[in-house]
Each structure stands twice: as structure tokens, then as C-alpha cells.
Design a protein around this ligand. Structure first.
Ligand code: ZN
Length: 296
């Protein structure tokens, strides 16, 4: 364990592309600074909709080859961010994308949503005890916007954090480890509003429509934000990583769209809510470093 980098960050996401949209600049920053950045993606995103017509045959109702394709997209995105440690929970294809809430795929064999939380969490405990991160980033209890795989990723991440620290739990999975800090992905409402205002005012290549602010995961009142990462210096990396997810994301300038073709802003500052551990910032101020106050 002595050869681990001093700072270690673990991010838990539902599908390939979520990491780049939510945390691309943060991941690029910490990778560039020499921290160990570990991404665990819970599914291969098999139920996603495919944007490029030439790749439409990959879709689950046709060849059902989107999962393996998105493994390649994720690898390309991680090269853009400089992140070398990226894994699928339980291995690629262990848990399948559950689709949007209420569809029959929620309950198919192997769907992440219908997997017992403790079953999935055991795989994450093994990663936590191996990597021994000080900081965990995941979603809020609503998964940011209610997608079943995002809700489940939250539950699994929070459960694994507790189980990994418990010496009585599965000693075969490694020595117990306690995370110093846990964050949920957030976007301050004022920042989302400004981003959409910029999108409406933008000239140049536009999308057919503009998304609703409610479509942005994790938007909350500004007061709930504890931590702000200025990722401006890594904006090109983040944008390139998003472009690597070409089946899912279309990027134009400082904006992007998902398969609904509705424009959204790309946020170069990334925001978090500290939900476990002590803030490393003076009272009333936002942290500017996820590791603030963490003992080396
Ligand atoms: Zn997702």
C-alpha cells in the first residue's frame, strides 16, 4: 500500500458518459496533478439511444451491441482526461443498463436496478479497499434526475462506503478502509440559469431546441454547494472526453446535446455537496479542492 499516490479519488457513475459530463474537468485536474483517479462505471449503458445514424444498428432493439461499443468510447474519453484506472463494477457487462424508470428493462435478468444493493456493493467494497481513496464522488439519492441506474449507483456507493469501513464485513475483500469525504454531484441553480442564458444568446451552430433547466441533473439552491472546482484550464480535455462518447453526446462549441437534440451548457466549473467528512474551507466559504483538509 505504500506505493499508492498520496491523493486518491474514486468516482462512481451509472453509465459511460456520466463521468465526462459531470466531472470531466475535475478528473483531468486531479490526474494532471498526480492524484490517483479511479472511475467505477456500474453498467455499459446498453439501453442508451444512439445519435449517429451510421451507428444506429448498435441499438438494443437491433444488434444490441451498444454496450461493447461504449466500453471503447469510455476508454477514449479516459485517454482525453489522463485517467488510467477505469473499471466496470464487477467487470464489463456484469450489470446491465436498466433503461428509463418504468420500462420492462428495469426488471430483466442482470439489470442494475433490480440487483440487490448489497450484491452490487460487494464489488465496490473490493475496489475501495484496494485503492483506499480519501474522497468519493457520486450522485444524490435521486441520482441527480431519477434514472434508476443513477439512483442505484448512489445507493451502492453509499452502502459500499459503510461496508468497506466495517472490519467485520468480508475480510476476504481486503483490509477495512474509511473514506474521509463523500461528495454528491451538484449544479448551483444560478450557474445553470446563466448557462442556459448564454445558450439562448449564442450565435453560430445551434441545436434544434434548448433543454429545460430541469433536465440538468443535480441542480440545487446555491446555498447547498460546498465545493467548487475551477476546471477552466481543463475545459478542452472535458470537451474532448464528451466528444469521445459520440453515440450519446453531440458537442457544438461550449454546448452539447443528448439524443433529444436539445442544447445544454457545458460547465467548466464543477460543483459538489460535501455530505460526509469535514469541510476544509473556512466557515461560510466554498472549498476549491476535494482533498481540502484531508491528511496526507
Ligand atoms: Zn447515465
Amino acid at each position: 500500500m505504500t506505493d499508492l499516490p498520496t491523493r486518491r479519488l474514486l468516482l462512481v457513475h451509472a453509465h459511460p458518459d456520466d463521468e465526462s459530463i459531470n466531472n470531466g474537468a475535475t478528473m483531468a485536474r486531479y490526474a494532471a496533478e498526480g492524484a490517483r483517479v479511479t472511475l467505477v462505471t456500474c453498467t455499459r449503458g446498453e439501453e442508451g439511444e444512439v445519435i449517429p445514424p451510421a451507428l444506429a444498428h448498435l441499438a438494443p432493439d437491433r444488434d444490441d451491441r451498444l454496450g461493447p461499443h461504449r466500453v471503447g468510447e469510455l476508454a477514449a474519453a479516459m485517454r482525453e482526461l489522463g485517467v488510467t484506472d477505469h473499471r466496470f463494477l464487477g467487470g464489463p457487462g456484469r450489470f446491465r443498463d436498466s433503461g428509463m424508470m418504468g420500462v420492462p428493462q428495469n426488471h430483466r435478468e442482470g439489470a442494475f436496478w433490480s440487483t440487490p444493493v448489497d450484491t452490487a456493493a460487494a464489488y465496490l467494497v473490493e475496489v475501495v479497499r484496494e485503492v483506499r481513496p480519501q474522497v468519493l464522488v457520486t450522485y444524490d439519492p435521486d441520482g441527480g434526475y431519477g434514472h434508476p441506474d443513477h439512483v442505484q449507483a448512489h445507493r451502492v456507493a453509499m452502502r459500499a462506503a459503510d461496508l468497506a469501513a466495517d472490519p467485520a464485513y468480508r475480510p476476504d475483500l481486503g483490509a477495512p478502509h474509511t473514506l474521509a469525504k463523500i461528495y454528491w454531484n451538484r449544479v448551483p441553480r444560478s450557474v445553470a440559469e446563466e448557462g442556459f442564458a448564454a445558450l439562448r444568446a449564442a450565435t453560430g451552430p445551434a441545436f434544434p431546441g434548448i433543454a429545460d433547466l430541469a433536465d440538468v441533473p443535480g441542480v440545487v439552491d446555491d446555498e447547498l454547494i460546498t465545493t467548487e472546482i475551477d476546471g477552466t484550464a481543463y475545459g478542452d480535455r472535458k470537451t474532448a472526453a464528451m466528444c469521445a462518447h459520440a453515440t450519446q453526446i453531440a458537442v457544438r462549441g461550449r454546448f452539447f446535446a443528448l439524443s433529444n437534440d436539445l442544447g445544454q451548457p457545458i460547465f467548466l466549473h464543477e460543483y459538489y455537496q460535501l455530505v460526509r467528512g469535514a469541510s476544509g474551507a473556512p466557515a461560510g466559504e466554498r472549498e476549491t479542492d476535494l482533498f481540502a483538509g484531508v491528511a496526507a
